[in-house]
Ligand binder design. Structure first.
Ligand code: SAM
Ligand code: SF4
Ligand code: F3S
Length: 444
């Protein structure tokens, strides 16, 4: 194929869906003879897989594209590609083409499966290849995937989002909800088990609306039950679940499962009914708190994490106080916190009630301070407990020790032999900080 030994380098921004799409891109490049390089300076193909959920993510990409000009001058045969959510917006694709004419390949989220052909076109012609589909593509099965990790794998169960939260760009760049067939998901996970993977994370923007578009109705709870039976897979995670669609049936299946992790990531976004309504989230704070209570009752050792946003247009001091109060009530194990960012094309971006930037900064500071205090307390409450940890490798901060994750998704560091990597072990927690737990191996 003529690419043998040529190097590729992929830079990924954004969420796990994008990380996983990059594994598909790597699979395609390897199937065409390219090999992964450790530095972008050594690559013959550089792909930027982009995110547009907030402006900061977009700006990083523009900065990087600017810096790549020098590499292209040094090596005119270098292929620079850009894909993912940014070029899925028509205006952005045009802007990239004009501002960075040395970019060779521009494609979107709906036509990732075309990558083999697009690459051929780029290799044959000297013209920029721009191919972005505006509507949902078919679900492409059997794409090659080069997974980074041999222990835990991401598995897409559905694409797109129908929720249209008023601040969010994702439904515009990822299209409507499309579920993969259960048999295709099972086949993929069985194969992962044969390859030695121990954990899977089921991916979708809203996994608990899985199956609503399938002819033969299988909902997310049914899917979890089907996956429970796959030998070799010891832990199942999923993300993200929308609080509105979290049914009693699902809580029941998770609480009785031996494999589904006891970690619930339930993005709340805001604690005020006024803001939740403006966001089109589809639940009230009371319904959310009731859901948390049900989960805590059914799965007493559950960890609960969330996404929180401050400064949504029209958010008053009272609304923000409601968010602080909800955070205090739920006692999240951890939270991703964001400052609301205007995204062109979304309803909230057109609101005239944008919150002052200094107010937003004050609110996020107060929120992070509160959540850090709670996270540390929650971690300290694990001291003395024995947690089941899937060992992932050596600790990045202390190479003499091993690191893994508990079912509650906490990072646990402990001493042990290398042959434990890939195994589930019992670790007794002896110390806790904001970022991780320290423990020692125990036999029980
Ligand atoms: N589908 C998931 C859900 O419903 O929670 C999350 C998807 S989104 C990629 C991840 C997080 O980004 C959201 O939960 C939200 O907190 C944040 N986010 C989305 N749009 C944003 C915006 N315009 N400004 C700031 N944060 C935003
Ligand atoms: Fe965005 Fe809402 Fe869909 Fe999540 S559920 S991806 S926040 S529109
Ligand atoms: Fe970003 Fe696209 Fe994910 S906008 S958060 S990479 S779906």
């Amino acid at each position: 194929m003529g690419n043998s030994g040529k190097g590729y380098f992929i830079i990924t921004f954004g969420c796990q869906m994008n990380e996983h799409d990059s594994e598909v891109i790597a699979g395609v490049l390897q199937s065409k003879g390219f090999v992964k390089t450790d530095k972008h300076e050594n690559a013959d193909v550089i792909i930027l897989n982009t995110c547009c959920v907030r402006e900061t993510a977009e700006n990083k990409v523009y900065g990087m594209l600017g810096r790549l000009r020098r590499l292209k001058t040094l090596n005119p045969n270098l292929i620079i590609g850009i894909c993912g959510c940014m070029p899925q917006q028509e205006e952005v694709a045009k802007k990239i083409r004009h501002r960075f004419p040395y970019v060779d390949l521009i494609f979107g989220t709906h036509n990732l499966h075309q990558l083999p052909d697009l690459l051929d076109k780029v290799l044959e012609s000297k013209e920029t290849v721009l191919e972005v589909w505006s509507t949902n593509g078919q679900i492409a099965e059997n794409m090659p995937i080069k997974r980074e990790n041999g222990i835990k794998a991401w598995v897409t169960i559905m694409y797109g989002c129908n929720n249209f939260c008023t601040y969010c760009i994702v439904p515009y760049v990822r299209g409507r909800e499309r579920s993969r067939l259960p048999e295709d998901i099972i086949r993929e996970i069985r194969q992962l088990a044969r390859e030695g993977f121990k954990e899977v994370t089921l991916l979708g923007q809203n996994v608990n609306s899985y199956g609503k578009d399938l002819e033969q109705r299988t909902d997310f709870a049914d899917l979890l039950l089907l996956l429970e039976d796959i030998d070799g897979i010891e832990r199942i995670r999923y993300m993200t679940s929308h609080p509105r669609d979290f049914t009693d049936k699902l809580i029941n299946v998770i609480s009785n499962s031996k494999k589904v992790a006891e970690h619930f990531h339930l993005p709340v976004q805001a604690g005020s009914n006024h803001v939740l309504k403006m966001m089109n989230r589809g639940y009230t704070r009371e319904q959310y708190l009731e859901l948390v209570e049900k989960i805590r009752k059914a799965v007493p050792n559950a960890s609960i994490t969330t996404d929180l946003m401050v400064g949504f247009p029209g958010e008053t001091d009272e609304d923000f106080a409601d968010t602080m109060d909800l955070v205090q009530k739920v006692q999240y194990d951890s939270a991703f916190t964001f400052i609301y960012n205007q995204r062109t094309g979304t309803p909230a971006a057109r609101s005239e009630k944008q919150v002052d930037v200094n107010v937003k900064k004050e609110r996020i500071k107060a929120l992070i301070e509160l959540q850090n205090k709670i996270s540390l307390e929650r971690n300290k409450a694990d001291i003395g407990k024995v947690l089941k940890v899937l060992v992932e490798g050596r600790s990045k901060t202390n190479n003499d020790r091993l690191a893994g994750r508990s079912g509650t998704n906490k990072l646990v560091i402990f001493s042990g032999q290398e042959d434990l990597i890939g195994k589930l072990v019992n670790v007794k927690i002896v110390e806790a900080s904001l970022s991780h737990l320290d423990g020692c191996l125990v036999n029980i």
